[in-house]
Unconditional design. Structure first.
Lengths: 259, 320
């Protein structure tokens, strides 16, 4: 079984984000890391291939400056190889532009199953996996919390507002994996060393036959007209507990007529 | 200045339209002369409420059956927008809303504006407002692709207010075969057990986070919530860790809540969490780290151990 996992390499979420002054897109100049949201897709892929008795886990990522540090983390977890699409014309791409690129790259890999995180930690539109499926013309099942593959059919528990739906679908298909549903493994030392030698196939837009006008800032066809600071909440009262701070909460709730 | 027509992606169940759908209907009618709705299911059941919130016609999709909403609704929507030519299509940021908008974006080859909390019409075009960097800044974006503009909105961005209108007319819309992409089928639907107030509409919410230390300690959150008639919620950290189900998650992923009082217990206040609760009217935070970002939004912050403060608070409330 061949599983392709979409992974995004993002600026460290622990560092405050910044916008590019001219395009108001997210500044990605610093080192990029594997989006934690995608580690669940990678782990799910590894588990499914193990359950199938073998196969291949390939990563697909779109990133500036041929960045590979996040990819190496996923390769160290156990993925076999990666395709990296990097091109200056991709800067400022929106979800649809990203999906066009990922869909074209994945289409060349003849995957049985495509996995992705439900949403990235930086852009969090939650639309890219469904769009990738749309570009590829295949079914998609989003917000998966459990996946089983048997005889070329995926059985998926899909989160809903009320609970979950059981969904069946013949492969190939795109499935987006909800954060937290599997425990991503930590790369072992051996895995980290092996990852350095695993193949990363670098491509540009031309190699995928995509016109630069369909992607990037121009392809996004949206214009930032203003950026404002949100009003801050007024500072409240901070009390250090000396054993009776609960009484302050009781008073506060009483004032608000909650109790 | 207003648009001629906004089409609303209407979600609900046999009991009527969802709160988010009515919020969007209310906003849409302030931006457009005519508001119509497309319902992938339950069109008839929602017609009265949608009409009362300003929607004139509900286009009800027939024959969804066991298909997934996103791919089937998008195929029918693509045909419908060609015929009806709305200026914008509004979606709620829900599971099915995201799927449908994403599929439609590919079919119609135009972007989707996501995670919005506001909208206005400027020079005849849609400008949306999206909070970024954990809600510390707002970014305003003009839609420059051909109409209809596709835009998604976060829950609780607008107040739902009735317009006094009668029931909306219901017109059937035939299903459009999405081909191979439509072959996934729903074989079972499972509702998680719900008891007590729900996160979406509770006036008081008590949430727990990693500071609780271990899964058992979440029982303190439930007990405190019970005493206050509150809904219980959670940070993503303990949902990811498997302590409580996803349905309890408050944040960027998960539910957006705006209760009268939000009590955060052992939650540090990652931006992921703040986005989902900083609109609460009053915020109480209990955390042992005085530097925790949650104190930046708290009206009353207690620097202390949840294992001491919460039991004392529970005892005090019980003895009242």
């Amino acid at each position: 079984m061949k599983v392709v996992v979409c992974v995004k390499q993002i600026p460290d979420p622990a560092v405050p984000g910044q916008l590019e002054p001219d395009t108001n897109t997210l500044n990605r100049d610093d080192k990029l890391i594997l989006d934690e949201s995608d580690s669940y897709g990678v782990e799910m892929a590894l588990q499914l291939v193990e359950a199938a008795g073998g196969g291949q886990v390939s990563l697909v990522s779109m990133a500036p400056r041929s960045e590979t540090s996040g990819l190496r983390t996923a390769l160290a977890m156990g993925a076999d190889d990666a395709v990296l699409i990097s091109d200056e014309a991709l800067a400022g791409s929106d979800a649809l532009g990203t999906a066009k690129v990922l869909g074209a790259a994945i289409g060349e890999l003849e995957a049985d199953l495509v996995l992705a995180g439900v949403e990235s930690s930086d852009g969090y539109t939650g639309t890219v996996p469904e769009m990738v499926a749309g570009v590829m013309g295949v079914p998609s099942i989003t917000f998966a919390k459990h996946i089983e593959i048997s005889d070329g059919v995926a059985s998926v528990q899909r989160q809903t507002e009320a609970g979950y739906d059981q969904v069946e679908c013949a492969l190939p298909a795109v499935v987006s994996v909800t954060a937290g549903v599997v425990e991503p493994r930590y790369p072992s030392f051996k895995g980290i060393m092996a990852a350095k030698k695993k193949p990363v196939d670098a491509k540009d837009l031309g190699a995928l036959g995509i016109d630069a006008s369909a992607v990037g800032v121009a392809g996004a066809r949206q214009e930032t007209v203003d950026v404002t600071d949100a009003p801050e909440r007024e500072a409240g009262e901070i009390i250090t507990d000396e054993g009776d701070a609960h009484t302050n909460i009781v008073e506060f709730l009483t004032e608000l007529k909650v109790i | 200045m207003t648009l001629a027509q906004i089409l609303l992606f209407a979600e609900g169940d046999a009991d009527g339209a969802s709160g988010l759908t009515l919020e969007l209907a209310t906003k849409a009618r302030s931006l457009a002369d005519t508001v119509t709705a497309f319902a992938p299911a339950h069109g008839e059941a929602m017609a009265a409420e949608l009409g009362a919130h300003g929607v004139t016609t509900v286009y009800a999709l027939e024959g969804l059956g066991d298909g997934l909403v996103g791919v089937h609704a998008a195929a029918a929507l693509a045909a419908h927008i060609d015929a009806a030519s709305p200026d914008a299509v509004f979606f709620g940021q829900t599971t099915d809303g995201r799927d449908t908008a994403a599929r439609l974006a590919v079919l119609a080859d135009r972007p989707v504006s996501t995670n919005n909390v506001g909208a206005q019409i400027v020079d005849g075009g849609l400008v949306t407002e999206e909070p970024i960097f954990g809600g510390t800044q707002n970014i305003y974006t003009a839609y420059r692709a051909p109409t209809p503009a596709l835009a998604m909105f976060r829950p609780k961005s607008f107040e739902a207010e009735p317009s006094g209108g009668g029931a909306a007319a219901v017109e059937s819309v035939s299903a459009v075969d999405p081909g191979e992409a439509g072959r996934a089928t729903v074989t079972g639907r499972h509702a998680e057990e719900r008891s007590g107030p729900q996160l979406d509409d509770a006036t008081v919410v008590v949430s727990g986070g990693r500071g609780l230390g271990q899964p058992d300690a979440y029982s303190m959150v439930d007990e405190l919530a019970g005493l206050l008639g509150a809904a219980s919620g959670a940070s993503r950290a303990i949902v990811d860790a498997g302590w409580v189900p996803y349905a309890k998650q408050v944040g960027q992923t998960g539910k957006v809540v705006k209760p009268n009082v939000y009590i955060a217990c052992g939650i540090s206040g990652a931006t992921q969490h703040l986005v989902g609760m900083k609109g609460s009217k009053n915020i109480v935070a209990i955390n042992k780290d005085p530097e925790a970002p949650i104190f930046g939004v708290a009206d009353l912050g207690i620097v202390g151990d949840v294992h001491k403060v919460m039991p004392a608070l529970i005892e005090a409330l019980k003895s009242r």
